[in-house]
Design a protein around this ligand. Structure first.
Ligand code: F6R
Length: 607
């Protein structure tokens, strides 16, 4: 949450910072600001709202300083207001900092600093750091930042400039992402690779408690003791144009349309000589064979991918599998033994609760696999093995292509577990893998004509509430469908396993109430048809996701969104797509900002 950028080089910094902030805006968008260093002074500009407002304010700014830092905020401490926007400065205005994370002991630090005469101008936790650095500063910014970090408890990614140190930015981090790159006439820092790719494809992911001393000529890396260290270079092979809409009206639609590629890339090279391989897992087939319990831990949409994984792992590998939201898992005492596998699913790879759950599980002796979209992210680094979802950068705050990547990766994992347990034969695995790969083409087919989805969305756009119901795989997809709808359109939506309708939710139904039913071909198809009948009998408007050629559904539902026929175990992959498009179409019809819904941020790095 929150995006930070910094640049020092030979070009004016302000435009570079604004461009970087625009690429990071998905991380938070309630206020933004920059600090520019020039002629021994700092100039700070803040604006409430999106980066665009800041960009306009900065346009008329007569400052060609070539060193500066910037921030786009997701409020934690203090309301979205100019006084709470970063950068924050010291009393004398000579130190400016941008911060991503949370300082847990800020109250006591603030009290002590105020008692020593410091005057605060914001309600944030961050501002204490600027004052601590000011106190510690004796001509060496790096040393002062180190001293300040000794006193703070919490998570931070920090970039700091000082009026007295021209062209210098000091950077450090603990549990918040920081990426650096040098090239193209300067040194760049940001919370995310996407904002440093203009410098180089070779980037450095800063480690916890490491420091980076940036100037125009290069970046020096040091550990917490001050020793110079050799950075580990990560080569990025995707392009910066993922941060462009590529002709689509919004990132969400662009990303939905990328899903066939995500399926193909996630599966590429996995099946050789009839055997499935996920080398990155770091466990031999024999070690995998010992696993006797699986926990999938995740949050939000990633949790929904876990619900699908449970059915596949139990169905194919016959290993008891529990799915749990990370924020609950981390605070209970789950039964973990050395033969427990914990699968942590996180698009961003930096969700605070998921990371805490990984650490807890490892302490208790579990093996942990991460499934993430971000190379070098904390989830990747802290897991025993990792599968990358190959979705590439996801910009829209609501996950779509990364969800599909997670489901496909988890499906692969389920097949590998079944293979290692000898529960599926070579020919069964080969057949299932081929059908899994075929879903790429099936998604293309769904995307080629979305008229029926848009028609259904128009019919629902003025509703206040909606229910999503399904059974088996269909129920799991419904949770994701309802989340997608509420988060981007602000239409209240709930998901239920359809068999639960009679136990309460059916009381909600009134004439015209939208009930979205996942009714693809499955062993429980007849049961779901009965649920449709019950809802129809109460006057509900039925919107069904059904298998192509299903004429029966067409007679029962008011609107049908057809998907190609697939085996039930893969229906989550195809049936999700119309639900994503349906939510987006409703949000667009309601005039919502589909890429940046209110109150949300792409990475949830706070508890
Ligand atoms: C919803 C959405 C969120 C995330 C959740 C976990 O569209 O994107 O619910 O799934 O915040 O984030 P990650 O996967 O980054 O751990």
């Amino acid at each position: 949450m929150c995006g930070i950028v910094g640049y020092t080089g030979c070009s004016p910094a302000k435009d570079i910072l604004i461009e970087g902030l625009q690429r990071l805006e998905y991380r938070g968008y309630d206020s933004a600001g920059i600090a520019l260093q020039k002629d021994g002074a700092l100039t700070v500009v803040h604006r409430v709202g999106k980066v665009e407002g800041l960009a306009q304010a900065v346009q008329s700014l007569d400052n060609d300083g070539t060193c500066g830092i910037g921030h786009t905020r997701w409020a934690t401490h203090g309301v979205p207001a100019e006084r709470n926007a970063h950068p924050h400065t010291s009393c004398n205005g000579d130190i400016a900092i941008v911060h991503n994370g949370i300082i847990e002991n800020f109250m006591e630090l603030r009290d002590a600093l105020e008692a020593r005469g410091h005057v605060f101008s914001s309600d944030t936790d961050t501002e204490v750091i600027a004052h601590l650095i000011e106190e510690a500063y004796a001509g060496d910014l790096y040393q002062a930042v180190r001293d300040a970090c000794e006193q703070i408890v919490g998570a931070y990614g920090l970039a700091v400039v000082c009026a007295q140190e021209p062209g210098r930015i000091v950077v450090t981090r603990k549990d918040s992402p920081i990426v650096l790159a040098h090239g193209n006439g300067g040194s760049y820092v940001a919370s995310d690779i996407i904002a440093v790719l203009d410098a180089s494809r070779d980037v450095v992911v800063l480690g916890d408690d490491q420091f980076a001393l940036m100037d125009a000529d290069g970046i020096e890396y040091r550990d917490r003791e001050g020793a110079v260290i050799e950075p580990k270079i990560t080569h990025v092979d995707w392009d910066v144009d993922v941060a462009e809409k590529g002709g689509y009206p919004d990132f969400m639609l662009k990303e939905i349309h990328e899903q066939p590629r995500v399926v193909r890339d996630t599966l590429a090279g996995r099946l050789t000589n009839g055997a499935l391989k996920i080398d990155e897992l770091g466990l031999s087939l024999e070690e995998l064979n010992l696993i006797d319990r699986v926990y999938v831990i995740a949050c939000g949409t990633s949790y929904h991918a876990g619900l699908i994984a449970k059915q596949l792992i139990e169905g194919w590998a016959r290993i008891p599998t529990e799915v749990e939201v990370a924020s609950e898992f981390r605070y209970r005492n789950p039964i973990i033994t050395p033969s427990t596998l914990v699968v942590a699913v996180s698009q961003s790879g930096e969700t605070a609760d998921t990371l805490a759950a990984i650490r807890d599980a490892r302490i208790k002796g579990a093996k942990v696999f991460g499934i993430t979209n971000v190379v070098g992210s904390p989830v990747a680094r802290e897991s025993d093995g990792v599968i990358y979802t190959k979705a590439n950068k996801e910009i829209a705050v609501a996950s779509t292509k990364s969800f599909l990547g997670q489901v496909v990766s988890l499906t692969l994992l389920a097949l590998v577990l079944a293979q290692s347990k000898g529960k599926l034969s070579v020919s069964q695995i080969r057949l299932l893998f081929r059908e899994l790969a075929d879903t790429a083409e099936q998604i293309e087919c769904i995307l080629s004509d979305t008229s029926s989805i848009e028609e259904a969305a128009q019919a629902c756009k003025d509703a206040h509430d909606a229910l999503f119901i399904g059974r088996g795989m269909g129920a799991a997809i419904c949770y994701e469908g309802a989340l997608k709808l509420k988060e981007i359109s602000y239409l209240h939506a709930e998901a239920y396993a359809a068999g639960e309708m009679k136990h309460g939710p059916i009381a909600l139904l009134t004439p015209g109430f939208p009930v979205i039913v996942v009714a693809t071909q499955s062993p429980v198809y007849d049961k779901i048809v009965s649920n449709i009948q019950e809802s129809r009998a109460r006057g509900a408007m039925i919107i069904a996701v059904a298998t192509e050629g299903d004429e029966e559904i067409a007679k029962l539902a008011d609107y049908v969104m057809y998907v190609p026929k697939v085996r039930d175990c893969f229906s989550a992959i195809t049936a999700t797509v119309p639900l994503q498009l349906f939510s987006r179409a409703i949000a667009v019809a309601r005039g919502c900002d589909v890429d940046q819904p209110r109150n949300l941020a792409k990475s949830v790095t706070v508890e």
